[in-house]
Write a protein that binds this ligand. Structure first.
Ligand SMILES: [Fe+2]
Length: 166
């Protein structure tokens, strides 16, 4: 019986470890994402849109900062994350805008699944902050879909995310 109890405990410990590791890496990826979108500004005419996407990434990262503090998780240095993020620019620098928006519509639902998986690992009290993180991906996908549809108000989901009271 004691062995069973121990196994159960270590199972829970692993889950928590995985949650914290994932939480930290998702925070870091948002900071990298900010640098990535700012980096793409040089390659597209849609500079305002990319700037808003970069701001959404920062805002998504900020939404989980209280969780990082709560668990005493220390992210890599911002300068390192910035360099990593800028390193991803080359992958999409030769895309045209339509290709890039299509890529977002096809790829970002995968990220959305990752965020909802993180929510499933989380203790209930963390869900409010994590929902905020998840919502930024919903907004980004909605934006890209609107872009492909030629909606002149495509930025609305992103602005709503940045300022829900606007
Ligand atoms: Fe993001």
């Amino acid at each position: 019986m004691i062995t069973c109890f121990k196994d159960d405990r270590s199972e829970k410990m692993r889950a928590t470890d995985n949650y914290l590791k994932t939480l930290l890496s998702y925070y870091e990826e948002e900071i990298e994402g900010e640098a990535y979108f700012y980096g793409l500004v040089e390659h597209f005419e849609e500079q305002e849109k990319l700037t808003v996407l970069a701001r959404v990434e920062r805002r998504a990262a900020e939404s989980v900062v209280p969780l990082l503090e709560k668990y005493e998780l220390v992210p890599r240095d911002e300068s390192e994350l910035k360099i990593r993020g800028e390193g991803y620019v080359g992958r999409h620098a030769s895309f045209d805008w339509f290709e890039f928006m299509t890529y977002m519509v096809n790829r970002y639902p995968g990220y959305l699944e990752d965020f909802t998986a993180l929510e499933r690992m989380a203790p209930e009290e963390d869900l409010c902050a994590l929902n905020d993180l998840t919502d930024h991906e919903v907004a980004a996908i909605a934006f890209a879909k609107r872009e492909l549809a030629g909606d002149p108000d495509s930025l609305a989901p992103l602005y709503d995310y940045l300022d829900p009271r606007r």
